[in-house]
Write a protein that binds this ligand. Structure first.
Ligand code: ADP
Ligand code: MG
Ligand code: ZN
Length: 515
């Protein structure tokens, strides 16, 4: 019998707010331990939590971005357990009445069953993973274990944390990673979270079971806790799925349990089974009012919804006839995409604009930033300030706002190439100059004498000279050796210092040599 995996993910994401969930302490990474703390987030007796409105908004915004329903009633509960990094001894979370429910995420994957599949004949198929809920809770502190003692840092305690729970719709390790990448892209572009993995802003619990192929009933759910990298999720699944299949194939029985991923050993091991599951004694937090968002509040949140990345890619392919690769660049790099779109709207040939923006502009800006920061950028981020490698002085990154030339200048440059006023190699020179100085393309062409000679009279003279000086190749061509024309063409180009219009040179030479 063959078995297949069934996977559902619970993804925790720190929200991009200035302050924490229930107090005014800064929501900031990297401060000295226990400097962003107060009686509320330290869980001292007698304090009262005050909900962070922006965190509530970002949660509902996530609901909209993930196609969820937004219930008109939500509340916060206390989830009781004891752990040193959580001094209140309960975590405030949304339990049975979350702020959002019943949505889905679509992303490029597999053979495509999603709604957007086939919007454009060239667009890649979409897979859909249903979202059970996205609810709001609070993060806990961090424990450190030293040689002889342990330390606790409560800077992270009370940071707004959103949990996005998926239905068990994921069918492979690859698909789990694609789902996570898609989710991250949506949340970053939506301004919900920076999703910086290195800063622990995204963590996830991986639930996986196996079942005989073709059956519907779910197998025993095994949860791998607290994964903090997408590559870890992949490796954990690549270990855990065959392990489970082997157990059932040998006639063993899997029981619902929680496991831990050991990254060094590359294995999962058991932490606890269902019999030892916690009883969290959930009950409504008596210090917090239930949430009943009104129309105006919801409308304000809805106005912050951005175009979803997959929709954007399909639109770019459809509206501008771009290949998937170009559209992908503009999907992941929103700023560059907007810049392209501003120009492409007025262009006869949007693909030419895309070529200039991706191959020339992006490459040049990447070069500048590499020189400034010493870091080769993977993509052009919008964030203008990047720490230098040593982390000491912030280095100002060049952004699209720093460009010296106007977007219309790019259109003008493309026009000069299309009108054959300049050759494509001269266009590269013009672009380099306008990038450095901001001068107008036509002015640069003039100044540097880069205009192609398309004056047939002048080209005829060059051709006559070359034919006279090279009787051998000229006769070769006349007697049928087509290749000889290239040599003669080369000579004319040389004589014209590269400025003769090559197409015209070919035409004129042929006319002169053909009987
Ligand atoms: P719990 O109440 O223990 O947190 P849930 O039923 O809420 O469990 O599910 C938590 C996560 O586990 C969800 O992402 C869900 O899709 C996934 N899940 C549930 N059952 C299974 C299963 N049998 N196999 C794989 N994933 C599952
Ligand atoms: Mg769980
Ligand atoms: Zn605080």
């Amino acid at each position: 019998m063959e078995y297949e995996p069934v996977i559902g993910l619970e993804t925790h994401v720190q929200l991009k707010t200035k302050s924490k969930m229930w107090c005014g302490c800064a929501n900031a990474f990297g401060a000295e331990p226990n400097t962003n703390v107060c009686p509320v987030c330290l869980g001292l007796p007698g304090v009262l939590p005050v909900p962070n409105d922006e965190a509530l908004r970002l949660t509902v915004l996530t609901g909209y971005l993930l196609n969820c329903e937004i219930p008109r009633f939500a509340k916060f509960d206390r989830k009781s357990y004891f752990y040193p990094d959580m001094p209140k001894n309960y975590q405030i979370t949304q339990y049975d009445k979350p702020s959002t429910a019943n949505g889905y995420v679509e992303f490029e994957f597999g053979s495509g069953t999603g709604s957007g599949a086939g919007v454009s004949p060239a667009s890649p198929p979409l897979a859909r993973v249903r979202i059970t809920r996205a609810h709001l809770e609070e993060d806990v502190g961090k424990s450190f274990h030293f040689e002889r003692n342990s330390g606790l840092d409560f800077n992270r305690a009370g940071v707004p944390l959103m949990e996005i729970v998926s239905e068990p719709d994921i069918t492979s390790a690859d698909m789990a990673c694609e789902y996570l990448n898609a989710l991250k892209e949506i949340l970053v572009q939506g301004g919900v979270s920076d999703c910086d993995m290195e800063k622990g802003m995204v963590r996830c619990d991986v639930n996986v079971s196996v079942r005989p192929v073709g059956t519907k009933e779910l197998g025993a759910k095994i949860e791998i806790k607290n994964m903090n990298s997408f590559s870890g999720v992949r490796r954990a699944l690549e270990y855990e799925i065959p392990r489970q299949i082997e157990v059932v194939k040998k006639g063993g029985k899997l029981i619902q349990s929680t496991r831990r991923w050991d990254d060094d050993a590359g294995i999962t091991d058991e932490m606890r089974t269902k019999e030892h599951a916690h009883d969290y004694r959930y009950f409504p937090d008596p210090d917090l009012m239930p949430l009943a968002p009104d129309e105006a509040w919801l409308a304000e949140v809805k106005s912050r919804v951005v175009e979803l990345p997959v929709a954007r890619k399909q639109r770019f392919m459809l509206d501008y006839q771009l290949p998937a690769g170009d559209a992908e660049v503009f999907k992941s790099n929103v700023g560059l995409g907007n810049y392209f779109e501003g120009i492409a709207k007025q262009a006869k040939n949007p693909k030419a604009v895309a070529n200039w923006v991706i191959n020339n502009l992006r490459a040049k800006m990447a070069g500048v930033n590499e020189r400034r920061t010493g870091i080769a950028p993977v993509s052009l981020e919008e964030d203008p300030v990047e720490k230098s490698e040593t982390g000491a002085t912030p280095v100002l990154r060049m952004t699209l706002a720093d460009l010296r030339f106007q977007p219309a200048a790019l259109l003008e440059l493309i026009g000069l190439v299309e009108a054959k006023t300049i050759s494509s190699s001269a266009a590269q020179q013009v672009f380099a100059e306008m990038f450095d100085t901001g001068k107008a393309p036509a002015a640069i062409v003039q100044e540097k004498g880069l205009a192609q000679v398309s004056d047939t009279g002048a080209i005829e003279k060059f051709c006559d000279e070359v034919i006279a000086a090279n009787p051998g190749p000229a006769n070769d061509f006349k007697s049928g050796k087509a290749a000889a024309l290239n040599f003669l063409k080369g000579q004319v180009m040389k004589l014209s210092k590269g400025k003769a219009n090559p197409a015209l040179v070919g035409e004129i030479l042929e006319r002169k040599l053909k009987p």
